[in-house]
Design a protein around this ligand. Sequence first.
Ligand code: ADP
Ligand code: MG
Length: 234
Amino acid sequence: MPDAVVAERVVKRYRAGEVEVTALRGVTFTLPERRFAALIGPSGSGKTTLLNMIGALDRPSEGRLVVLGEEVGHLSRRQAARFRAERIGFVFQDFNLIPVLTAAENVEYPLVMVQSWPAEKRRKRVAELLAAVDMTSEANKRPDQLSGGQKQRVAIARALATGAKLVLADEPTANLDGETAQRVIALMRRIRDEEGVTFLFSTHDPRIIGAVDTILRIEDGAVRMEAPKEAAHA
Ligand code: ADP
Ligand code: MG
């Protein structure tokens, strides 16, 4: 079984005019498949930077980053776009649903863009995904008719639509109240259990950290992997 993510001495520098910022100074870790992992660290520690590189939205300045067996730093823009669309699911803090589309149409959207499936097959997949996130009865509502937690459940269904084996979520519960956040996390964990999808999400919510099996702690540009028990005492 290949690992979901292998990072070896990954460095990321940003240049803003004359100034160079080193966001990651040499990150090394291995995230096996099927983990339910939290990336934690203070604001500005490089969580978004790391998730963006794992999702092939950006490239390391140095080092080696292998995601689902693919060395992502070596992909062309076109290959990276294809890799993202077919193999990675993204869930964002502000949900990023398309406002004019219903819940069902939002989930269907990646299928229209990526897979040349016939309409009937798409509809079946969308129905399955909406059922998996308990949103069947809201299928025809638009995002402005849904609560924050419901929107995030639609976004999770959308992230899974094309059969992604790795879902990256950048502070997915930041805009949800505590109880809703716990429910969204429990839902993601159930999907991991049932479908073998690896989840990696950034968070600074200490309540959520109790629900994960792996913690990647990012600090001073480096990552340390911890079992959740150690983290609870840190
Ligand atoms: P986090 O998500 O943990 O809050 P980020 O990955 O957004 O952290 O940022 C890490 C560091 O890199 C910060 O110092 C931030 O200012 C810097 N940074 C992030 N993106 C850019 C960018 N596009 N250009 C310049 N600096 C950036
Ligand atoms: Mg961030």
